[in-house]
Structures are given as structure tokens and as C-alpha cells.
Write a protein that binds this ligand. Structure first.
Ligand SMILES: [Fe+2]
Length: 483
């Protein structure tokens, strides 16, 4: 069992290159090779898991077991099957003390040169592939806004670059998870880890470097993914003794991805937290405005919610749906500028009072205009009382002059207003309200949006009856009074 840090290299025992010939298929290990390769400790062959040498002796060298052109012990730099005195043999070029003949040396140098060229070409290709994957990772994270998606992409890139299908994630405050690289999914880690391996993982969790360990359970490489609030996940990649050994390139890749990924994840988590704070603050503000008039409590939340469902029926993209919901939530924010005695006045408004109420779309526009994130919802807020026949306000726009968000919000707004109780009338039933909306399709309301809204409401009512009933309880819509 041994461990190496990210920056340690395997020891190099020799100073020169030589040619060594290993007979194939004759059983047993040639003593000189073992002495050279294992620094005079033949018993170390099994303990150090020299799969390459075992394979070479059994039937021929396995190039896939070479790392950077070197055997796992860092001595053999090339190997090829050849014939020696008409007998099959493996010709190995090695780093070894100076004990070969000039002819050996020349032949060895040629073999060495060819192997180095091939290894160099492989290394360039591998580096190019790795750079491509890392570049692709940096490109794709720019378009990701969800922490979970970022974590998935990061672990998939680690899996791709380190050629492993499963990655274990150990968190201090959650059960260990296993990530399936191909499917991009997590599952609980139900395989108990050996006590020593767990202790080592705990140790890695307090470290800053990627570390590698070889023990009875195989090879392990682990490093810390630093999250927000000092949360640290330990990312563990495992290989068997028979797999290619982790090398310095592997540890550098893991270290680079964990450092880059950790910073991006922490930034993203911070961004999400701030965004959540903004959402909650905005909802609190909107709720306070709605409560100025207790008859309209929850109105903006409902309009935002139903506007989104209508947008789904219209085939809007998720980004547009989110904006439409925001527009619904904030469409009446300008009412903050309407005096409470007018907003909460029992009974019908005078013409003068109604003129003041009619200013709320423009006031809402002015309130939201300085906030850059809301620039795409301004038109929806400003024009949500425009009618396709030109009878609306504030500008009397007609038909297609009315922006999409405004047209959708108008339909939903009217429905919610009709099904809400007023000081001067009870709430209309759902059916009565829908009848009015249908009758105004094409005149006061956009016919296409009315149709989409009716489909959205029917689907919502059928699929979420409990939620529908809580939003539009029977008590709100039982008694029916003419407007
Ligand atoms: Fe309004």
C-alpha cells in the first residue's frame, strides 16, 4: 500500500537506456529484468502489481498498460514483440545502469526513439482531446444557471477525462452518492467502503491537493470540491489494480476541474441565493400592494401563475415563460402610487377616481424601468389594459400593436378580477367569468390568447383539482351578481 501526492513522480532508477530481451511463454521471470525493473526486489512484483510485466512475460506487451510510454514502474519505455534466434521474444527498452554493449545501445536507442515518437504523438492527441473537453466544459457552463446541472456537467467531464463510468461523492452533511457518468444521475452509495479508505477520504477532505492511494481495494484518486459556505465534497475516482495507474496528468486534470468547477459552483450558488432573496423580496412587495385592497389579495400571484400556464399553451420557451410569470406578478405594481382611499373605496369609482387608477400601468412601467432585469416585461406591464378594439388604456393600442405579454396578462387579469369579490358585488362563478371572457374574445380580449387561456385553465383544473380549488374556492365564486 502506498500513497503519492498530486505532484510526486514515480522514482526513476536508471540513468541510461538499454535493450533487454524477455523470452515469451517460457514461464518464470528473467532475473536480470526483475532486478533492474524492481530495483533488486523481485518480491515487489506482486506487491506493486506490475501488470505490464506480467502481461509481457505471459504473451506480449500490452501498450494500453504503458503510461507516457513507460511501464508502471517507470523503467521500460517501449516494448515490442520480436524474434530472437527464431524464438518469440519481447524486446524492451529500459532506463538502466550502464551495462550494455554499443550494439545494444544503438538498437535500444532506435527502439527508444521510435517509441518516444509514438508516445509523443499519443500524448499530443490525448492532450488535445483533454483540452477539447475542458474547453467544451467552459463553453457549456456559460449557458447553465442551475447548480445541479453544473454539478452534473462537471462530474461528467471528470468521468470523460479520467475514463471512468462512476464517481463517488462524499459530503460531510449528506450520505455518500455515486454518480453515473453516462446517464448523468446520482444514486445512494450502498457499497460500504473499507474503514481505511473512509479514514483516508476524511483526511483528503481536510487537504487542498488531489491525492492518490493504492491499497488492497485498488487505486483511488480523490480531491476536494469546495462549495459555498465552506462545504466540501470529496470527489473519489477508483480503478482496479489491473487498470492503468493514475499518473501525474490524471491528478492535474482532477485538480484543475475541481478548482475551476468549485469556483463556478460557489459563484452560481451565491447567485441563486441572491436571486432567491430578490424573488422573495419582490413577492413580499407585490403581496403588500395586493393587500392594500383586501379584495385583491393574492391577485398578482394568481395572474403570474395562470399567465405562465397560458404561455405554455402558446408554445413559449422556458425563458419567456419565466418572464411572463414575472410580468404577471408585477403587472399592478403601479397601484402603489394610487391613493388607498381610491383603491379601497367601497362602491363604484367616480370618473376622476377612475382616471387616477388608469395611471397605474404607466406608474408601474416607471417603477420597473431602472431595473435592467425587468426590461423585457416593461411592455407587458404598460399595456396590460389595452383592448384589441382600441378601447383600452393608456394608449388605445389596437390588434397586433398590443405586445404578447400584455395581451396574455389582460385575459388572465380579467378572469381573476371577475372571479374575485368586490365591495360592490360578489365574485362570479368560474363558468360565468369564462362566458364573459368568451364573449369579449376578438373585441376587448385577444381571441388567440383567450383560446389558449381556456385550454390552460381546463388542463389545470383537471390535473391539479386541489390547487385549483385553493386558488378559486367555491366560497369565492358561489353567489352570482350582475356587474
Ligand atoms: Fe391592472
Amino acid at each position: 500500500m502506498h500513497e503519492s501526492s498530486a505532484h510526486s513522480d514515480a522514482p526513476r532508477h536508471g540513468t541510461r537506456r538499454s535493450l533487454t530481451v524477455l523470452p515469451v511463454g517460457q514461464g518464470g521471470a528473467p532475473e536480470p529484468c526483475l532486478q533492474r525493473c524492481l530495483d533488486g526486489q523481485p518480491e515487489a512484483l506482486a506487491a506493486r502489481g506490475c501488470a505490464w510485466l506480467r502481461a509481457s512475460l505471459a504473451g506480449g506487451p500490452d501498450p494500453s498498460l504503458l503510461e507516457d510510454g513507460r511501464c508502471p514502474q517507470g523503467l521500460a519505455v517501449a516494448a515490442e514483440v520480436s524474434a530472437l534466434h527464431e524464438q518469440p521474444a519481447v524486446v524492451v527498452s529500459m532506463l538502466t545502469p550502464d551495462d550494455e554493449t554499443p550494439a545494444d545501445r544503438q538498437a535500444g536507442e532506435l527502439t527508444q526513439l521510435r517509441a518516444e515518437n509514438e508516445a509523443l504523438a499519443d500524448e499530443v492527441l490525448r492532450n488535445y482531446e483533454q483540452l477539447s473537453l475542458i474547453f467544451d466544459f467552459t463553453q457549456r457552463i456559460a449557458n447553465i444557471t442551475h447548480v445541479e446541472q453544473l454539478e452534473t456537467l462537471l462530474l461528467q467531464r471528470i468521468g470523460d477525462l479520467l475514463r471512468t463510468g462512476r464517481i463517488r461523492v462524499h459530503s460531510a452533511d449528506a450520505p455518500a452518492r455515486v454518480f453515473d457518468v453516462q446517464n448523468g444521475t446520482f444514486e445512494m452509495d450502498r457499497v460500504p467502503r473499507p474503514v481505511e479508505r473512509v479514514a483516508w477520504l476524511n483526511e483528503v477532505g481536510t487537504s487542498t491537493n488531489v491525492r492518490v492511494r493504492h491499497d488492497a481495494d485498488g487505486q483511488a484518486m480523490a480531491g476536494v470540491l469546495q462549495r459555498l459556505d465552506d462545504r466540501r465534497d470529496v470527489i473519489l475516482v477508483e480503478r482496479s489494480h489491473e487498470d492503468q495507474e493514475f499518473n501525474a496528468g490524471d491528478t492535474q486534470i482532477l485538480e484543475a476541474l475541481l478548482t475551476l468547477g468549485g469556483q463556478i459552483l460557489a459563484n452560481n450558488e451565491l447567485h441563486q441565493r441572491l436571486r432567491q432573496m430578490s424573488i422573495e423580496a419582490t413577492r413580499a412587495l407585490v403581496s403588500a400592494i395586493d393587500k392594500k385592497d383586501h379584495y385583491t389579495s393574492g391577485h398578482s400571484e394568481r395572474v403570474g401563475f395562470l399567465a405562465r400556464l397560458t404561455g405554455v399553451q402558446l408554445g413559449l420557451h422556458e425563458d419567456e415563460l419565466e418572464l411572463l410569470e414575472w410580468a404577471g406578478l408585477l403587472h399592478d405594481v403601479g397601484k402603489i402610487g394610487v391613493p388607498e382611499e381610491i383603491l379601497c373605496k367601497p362602491g363604484r369609482l367616480t370618473d376622476e377616481e377612475f382616471e387616477i387608477v388608469k395611471k397605474h400601468p404607466e406608474m408601474g412601467y416607471e417603477i420597473l424601468k431602472p431595473i435592467s432585469d425587468f426590461k423585457h416585461i416593461l411592455d407587458g406591464v404598460l399595456h396590460h389594459h389595452e383592448n384589441p378594439d382600441g378601447s383600452g388604456y393608456p394608449y388605445g393600442l389596437v390588434g397586433d400593436q398590443i405586445p404578447l405579454f400584455a395581451g396574455v396578462l389582460h385575459v388572465v387579469d380579467v378572469f381573476d378580477a371577475l372571479t374575485s369579490r368586490r365591495s360592490y358585488r360578489d365574485a362570479f362563478t368560474i363558468e360565468k367569468a369564462l362566458g364573459i371572457i368568451n364573449s369579449e374574445a376578438g373585441t376587448k380580449l385577444n381571441a388567440e390568447f383567450v383560446s389558449a387561456f381556456l385550454r390552460a385553465l381546463a388542463a389545470f383544473r383537471e390535473n391539479e383539482p386541489g390547487m385549483f380549488a385553493s386558488m378559486y374556492p367555491v366560497s369565492r365564486a358561489t353567489s352570482e351578481v350582475a356587474s
